[in-house]
Design a binder for this molecule. Structure first.
Ligand code: SAH
Length: 198
C-alpha cells in the first residue's frame, strides 16, 4: 500500500462508497475525469449531475463521456455550482468539489470563496445520511488562499452530532500542497433534518 495523491484518494473513497443506482454530484467537472469515474460507479440506473462555468469544460467532458458510452447517465450543467439547489432536486450519496482552476487553461476562472461556500452549504442539504462531501482545496494561488481562509473555520464548526469531518494532507511537501476535506453526514442523522448551520 502507498499513500495515494488527492485525486486517486478521492476516487478510492468514491469507489468504496457509491453504489449502482445512486445519484451524485461533480461540482467542478473541469476535464471530466471525476465525472467519468462517478458515471461508471453509479451504473446505468444512476445519475451524475456535473457543473462547470466554462463551456469548453462541458464540451470536452461531453466528448469524453460519449466516447465511453456514459453520456446518458450524466446531466451536464454549464452553470455555477452556487445554483446547485435549483438544479438538483433529489438527495445524493456523494458530492465532489475539486477547487481552483483547470491546469493549463485560464487561471482567472478559478473557483471563488463566497460562491464555493454557498455551493457547499447547498450541497450539505442534498447529502443523504451516510453520504460523503469531498472538497479538494488548492491554496497555492490567491483565490485558493481566500477559500482556505473562509472554508477551514466553516468545516470546523459543522455540528459533530450530524457530521464527521476529516482532513487528508501531505505535511512535508515543499510547495503548498492541496488537501482534501472529507465530510461524512452521519448515518444516524435524521433524514431531512438538514440545516447545515446547526
Ligand atoms: N485545481 C484542480 C482542478 C480544478 S478544476 C486540479 O489541479 O486538478 C476547477 C474547475 O472549476 C474549472 O474547470 C473551473 O472552470 C470550474 N469552476 C470555476 N468556478 C466555478 C463555479 N462557480 N461553478 C462551477 N465550476 C466552476
Amino acid at each position: 500500500m502507498t499513500l495515494l495523491n488527492i485525486v486517486p484518494f478521492v476516487h478510492s473513497l468514491l469507489h468504496a462508497h457509491v453504489r449502482a443506482g445512486d445519484s451524485v454530484i461533480d461540482a467542478t467537472m473541469g476535464n471530466g475525469h471525476d465525472t467519468q469515474w462517478m458515471a461508471r460507479l453509479v451504473g446505468p440506473q444512476g445519475r451524475v449531475y456535473a457543473f462547470d462555468v466554462q463551456q469548453h469544460a462541458v464540451d470536452s467532458t461531453r466528448k469524453r463521456l460519449d466516447q465511453e458510452g456514459l453520456l446518458a447517465r450524466v446531466t451536464l450543467l454549464a452553470q455555477s455550482h452556487d445554483d446547485i439547489a435549483a438544479s438538483v432536486r433529489e438527495p445524493v450519496s456523494a458530492i465532489v468539489f475539486n477547487l481552483g482552476y483547470l491546469p493549463g487553461t485560464d487561471k482567472s476562472v478559478a473557483t471563488q470563496a463566497e460562491t464555493t461556500l454557498s455551493a457547499l452549504q447547498q450541497s450539505l442539504r442534498l447529502l443523504l445520511p451516510g453520504g460523503l462531501l469531498l472538497v479538494a482545496i488548492y491554496w497555492g494561488h490567491a483565490a485558493g488562499a481566500r477559500e482556505k481562509t473562509l472554508l477551514d473555520p466553516w468545516f470546523a464548526r459543522l455540528s459533530p452530532s450530524r457530521y464527521r469531518v476529516a482532513r487528508y494532507e501531505f505535511l512535508n511537501s515543499i510547495k503548498p500542497s492541496p488537501y482534501l476535506v472529507i465530510v461524512e453526514r452521519r448515518s444516524d442523522d435524521a433524514p431531512g433534518g438538514s440545516d447545515p448551520g446547526r
